[in-house]
Design a protein around this ligand. Structure first.
Ligand code: ARG
Length: 460
């Protein structure tokens, strides 16, 4: 059977062209959206008297049958059909005859593909948000038990100040909260229907775009058809949102990898989510976080690829834009499976609290607290207090101790005015709990952060 657009052509197209030009091998993924859009379009055409109600019923029945065929794997995908839109329309006409030929009235593949793809992206935004919610809620469950578990807070990957493990986990929960907000704001910004824009300029038929927009779950029709058929911002946004989220995941993954090393020994990844070595029988490898870390690469690649495809395109639709889909499908799939497995890995972690606590006794983590004590109790200017504390650190080093382990006498050898109160400043748990400014690591602050994150989840 010849192409649906073959009227003006004398020769059939070459097989090579079919292979090069077709999007059907990948856009068949949009079958649900394509059928959903066509059904609503047919209903609108009938409401507006553009086709008869009988024709509409035939179309709807035919489309349902096609849906079944696809779901059952009985639909015949042919490269000559070029894309999902023509494949379905052709099959519809085979099934129902003349009425099938009317479905494309007042529509073009340009608004059709813009619709299908946008529906897919909108659905994906919400699916990813659901998975992100689960990750945050698992982080919160973990954090609740760890508000007094000390770990060394780091800067430059060097021990800096004692913080709680809960606080560290909540930093990631906060990143994922921003991710959710980004996906939802993209969803809102793009919640407008392209259907009815036709090829580029609208259509002379008396269509009802408000009706189709509402039926398809959009807020309203888009504003300008010329823009709509050439707009892929919604796709770029989900690619950016995924790339940023994967960057967050890669940072968490990196810490899981470090923390599960012998050198840190902070966590044990459950056997279910770890792998062995084919040669070294003793090995237990963190393959899952490593892959999570690596998958950031393809999600950045997909974003840059589509930005590049869109750059410099004249209005309106250009075939270049057919290159928009594979990267988005890949990024969405990557995002979903990554979130799913991340949640499982986190949920099955075991924390080696003793090891964490021991690590906080390395690196003089309460040095800032001693300086604060000198300022607050002895009225010494901060810069000087910093210097005296430096001396105390040097003393501890010379004794092979951590600053928090110095006795009062040893401290007084550095600065005779130091009183016994200094010892409580040096205590690591006190140091952690002293950071009680808003957003800090103190237990009560961390509990407040947990509460706020729970409220956020409940508000969604
Ligand atoms: N397969 C095309 C795509 O994915 C559908 C739109 C084709 N429109 C056109 N005028 N050739 O972009």
């Amino acid at each position: 059977m010849s192409k649906l657009w073959a009227g003006r052509f004398q020769k059939g197209s070459s097989k090579l062209l079919d292979r090069f030009n077709a999007s059907i091998p990948f856009d068949k993924e949009l079958f649900l959206e394509d059928i959903q859009g066509s059904k609503v379009h047919a209903k609108m055409l009938a409401n507006q008297g553009i086709i008869t109600s009988k024709e509409k019923d035939e179309i709807l029945k035919g489309l349902d049958q096609i849906l079944e065929e696809i779901k059952k794997g009985k639909f015949e995908w042919k490269i000559e059909d070029e894309d999902i839109h023509m494949a379905i329309e052709k099959r519809l006409t085979q099934l129902i005859g003349e009425a099938g030929k009317k479905l494309h009235t007042a529509r073009s593949r340009n608004d059709q593909v813009a619709l299908d793809f946008r529906l897919f992206v909108q659905k994906s935004n919400l699916e990813i948000v659901d998975l992100l919610k689960k990750v945050i809620s698992t982080l919160l469950t973990l954090a609740k038990n760890e508000t007094l578990t000390l770990i060394p807070g780091m800067t430059h990957l060097q021990h800096a100040q004692p913080i709680s493990l809960a606080y560290h986990l909540l930093a990631y929960a906060s990143m994922f909260k921003r991710d959710i907000e980004r996906f939802l704001s993209s969803y809102e910004r793009n919640n407008y229907s392209p259907l009815g824009c036709a090829a580029l300029a609208g259509t002379p038929y008396p269509i009802d775009r408000e009706f189709t927009a509402k039926e398809l779950g959009f807020k309203a029709p888009t504003l300008n058809c010329l823009d709509t058929v050439s707009d892929r911002d919604f796709a770029l946004e989900i690619l950016f949102n995924i790339a940023t989220m994967m960057m967050h995941i890669s940072r968490l993954a990196e810490e899981l990898i470090l923390w599960s090393s012998y050198e840190f020994g902070f966590i044990t990844i459950s056997d279910e989510y770890a792998t062995g070595s084919s040669i070294m029988p003793q090995k237990k490898n963190p393959d899952v976080p490593e892959l999570l870390r690596a998958k950031t690469g393809r999600s950045y690649g997909n974003l840059i690829a589509l930005l590049t495809v869109m750059k410099g395109l004249p209005l309106a639709y250009n075939k270049d834009m057919q290159e928009d889909k594979e990267g988005v499908f890949d990024s969405v799939e990557t995002a979903k499976i990554s979130l799913e497995i991340l949640e499982k890995v986190l949920g099955s972690l075991s924390f080696n609290r003793k090891r964490m606590e021991e690590a906080t006794k390395i690196g003089h983590l309460s040095a800032t607290d001693l300086a604060d004590y000198l300022v607050q109790h002895l009225n010494i200017p901060f810069r000087e207090a910093h210097f005296i504390t430096g001396k105390a650190v040097a003393k501890a080093e010379s004794l092979g101790k951590d600053l928090s382990q110095l006795t009062l006498q040893e401290l007084q050898e550095v600065e005779p005015k130091i009183t016994a109160e200094a010892l409580s400043y040096l205590d690591l748990k006190n140091s952690m709990n002293a950071r009680s400014s808003q957003g800090g690591t103190a237990k009560k602050e961390v509990e407040d952060q947990i509460k706020k994150l729970e409220e956020f989840l409940n508000s969604l």
